[in-house]
Design a binder for this molecule. Structure first.
Ligand SMILES: [Zn+2]
Length: 115
């Protein structure tokens, strides 16, 4: 992967990071809104709050994956599968820039596709 490509991937990751942060802020607003409208037994909002909290956790995980990928770009180890040490095909990186694994290892580890 050329230097220009790395810069492009870094930009992609930065954009993705920004989008995730916006998504997180949105979820937190939802959560705050739900919290204002009645706690208590049989509260129908509980399900919504739990859903929002689970989504926030998922966004946080995505953000840490993105940060990790950006760190790897800085260190020069980006695009190498953490499991088998082989280069991850550029086509895969295009689709899932924060991935740590090649397709084979990702399915072997039965991790989420982009991990
Ligand atoms: Zn691999």
């Amino acid at each position: 992967m050329g230097k220009k490509k790395w810069a492009a991937m870094r930009k992609r990751l930065e954009e993705e990071r920004k989008a995730k942060l916006e998504e997180r802020a949105h979820l937190e607003r939802d959560l705050a809104y739900e919290a204002d409208y009645g706690f208590g037994e049989g509260d129908p909002g509980i399900y919504e709050r739990e859903k929002a909290m689970a989504l926030i956790r998922a966004v946080d995980e995505d953000l840490s994956e993105i940060d990790r990928a950006m760190k790897k770009i800085d260190e020069g180890t980006y695009g190498i599968c953490e499991e088998c040490g082989q280069p991850i095909p550029e086509e895969r990186l295009e689709i899932v820039p924060a991935t740590r694994y090649c397709v084979q290892c990702a399915s072997k580890l039965s991790a989420k596709l982009y991990r």
